[in-house]
Write a protein that binds this ligand. Sequence first.
Ligand SMILES: [Zn+2]
Ligand SMILES: [Zn+2]
Ligand SMILES: [Zn+2]
Length: 415
Amino acid sequence: MAAASSGDPGGSVGRRLPLYLDPTNSFGELTYLQLSGKNGVTLPFNPYIIGKSVEACAGGEIEDAKSEAQGTKDTLMVRNPTQVTKLLKLTRLIDGTEVEVVPHPNLNVCRCIISTFDLIRMEEKDILAEMAKDNVIRVQRITRYTDGKKINTPALILTFCKTTYPETIKVGLRRVPTRPYIPNPMLCYGCFSYGHTRARCPGPQRCVNCSGEFHGDECGEATLCLNCKGDHRPTNRQCPVYKKEVEIIKVKVRDNLSFPEARKRVEQQAGSYAQVAAQQKDKEIARLQEESKQKDEKIERMMAVIEKMNHQTGQEKSRQNREQSVSREKPHSSREKRITTITTGPVTRSRTNSPAVKETKRGRSSKQNTNKPATSPDPSPPPKKTAISTHDLTQMDYSGEESEASETPPNQHLR
Ligand SMILES: [Zn+2]
Ligand SMILES: [Zn+2]
Ligand SMILES: [Zn+2]
């Protein structure tokens, strides 16, 4: 039984305690009563006046109460049948407001489905006559149309005049299990709005294809859903609005709520999902911004290194040019050769290590290679220069500059 067993244990329906533990029947099945002002009189705005009046009449606390119809009526939830009898006689509140209490017109019934071939040939009214002792007040058979012919299915919708229905119902000698009845959303096939049927449609009739004003069965317009503005017919069961209506009905049946309450709950849930999604999106954006900032900083640092290296390369080239012009005039001494190797070797290597200058590396190193034979006759650099950091490079180049600056003229060496 959906309402009693699938609902939460502290929920609003079903027996709270088994009868053998509940001699006064104070924890029995729920009854809904409706309290309203008599002849359109509004209820007092002070909830304590209503509370004290109801509790005084019932002889104690009741289960709960909810306001309905924008607060002009109150739904009283009562489990004790004695309290129900007393409250149905309430006519005046303690402040003198005239009121009336009636069994709630919608909430004291529930529906379920049974499915059995045992009853497939029986008429609805005959089944009802047999099931009346189980508080069944209505039996409806579910039918379907095949080739234009109405066919009985083994499924029956049973309506009980109680807030819960049994887990099984006896059919002859057999116990047939019940399951919750979840009706389809009420979609009007005249105007394609929800909440009423074609028989009660206030109009105007619309086209099933383009949702425009009805213009006969032929439609050359683009398919458009009236309810979600999607490119499907308003009768399409994949429509998000249809799916939402199904969800609202499920929540209504499961939690024994009124339509507006179930709608509100579904919309609140959808809202909280959207909020969580938005928070996650914000976090992701912040993370990406931080990542991009760090990358920008890294690029800036690399650009600074490249600029420095370019500067140093310029200096190196001018020095090499000077050396070339010197070497054309006079042959190298052994010491000069060594200095040239030290200064050119590491620069080329550190370029190879830097990914930012990889693209320019080939052109430059080939240029150097063409220069090298002229300046240094030994093409293989000494093994001690293989690992070198930017710091080392600076020192090396600085020492190179120094050696360049303090370069002793060849004639002094010869001396
Ligand atoms: Zn309609
Ligand atoms: Zn149309
Ligand atoms: Zn749609």
